[in-house]
Write a protein that binds this ligand. Sequence first.
Ligand SMILES: Nc1ncnc2c1ncn2[C@@H]1O[C@H](COP(=O)(O)OP(=O)(O)OP(=O)(O)O)[C@@H](O)[C@H]1O
Length: 209
Amino acid sequence: MEKIELIGVNKSFKEEKVLKDICLTLTDNKIYGFVGRNGSGKSVLFKIICGYVIADSGKIMIDGKELGKDMDFPEGLGALIETPGFIWYQSGFENLRYLARIRNKINDAQVKDAIRQVGLNPDSKKWVGKYSMGMKQRLGIAQAIMENPDILVLDEPMNALDEEGVEEIRQLLLKYRQLGRCILITSHNREDIEILCDEVFEIKSGVLQ
Ligand SMILES: Nc1ncnc2c1ncn2[C@@H]1O[C@H](COP(=O)(O)OP(=O)(O)OP(=O)(O)O)[C@@H](O)[C@H]1O
């Protein structure tokens, strides 16, 4: 069954038409890559799927429910869209526990498990303000996966990661695909796209190729 379906989605900012008549069907059990030049509309597309940006026209169906009609935000979707703004004087665990409490869904053990999955120590007391860029990126991925979502939307998940980090996150995403998840990523790295993706979409000036 279709997990995500976009039908004729358009989005403009002032005079700039950023997305033009996007039609897209995505299913479970796959990793989809979205590539395109800077400013081609990849992040805006991801934000629309996550419900962070509202399309001007068109339909976004998630699990058979229409975004903006049946729900404001998709259920069962975890996202990393730009580096999240963490509280710098708290540990990684405290930051994610805070988010988990707002979302009121998961317990401390699940938060710790997500932090472990991205290769960080959930018991470390180190403030996030002292984290390297790569550690913040890993924590961002942990917050995306911590609720065990069916859909993962990750904008440049490999950003700021060293070679080892990239490999760990690749393995993590392959594991999630094996668990049947529908995963969307953007990447400027051809290797990530080749290794990970079952299907690749290119966006050129807001048009899906
Ligand atoms: N909130 C906004 N207000 C005005 N313009 C916006 C807004 N968000 C995005 N845009 C514009 O939409 C276009 C597409 O931006 P988007 O961030 O989707 O590009 P991208 O493909 O993700 O690029 P990159 O590879 O650099 O991340 C850009 O011209 C950008 O300036």
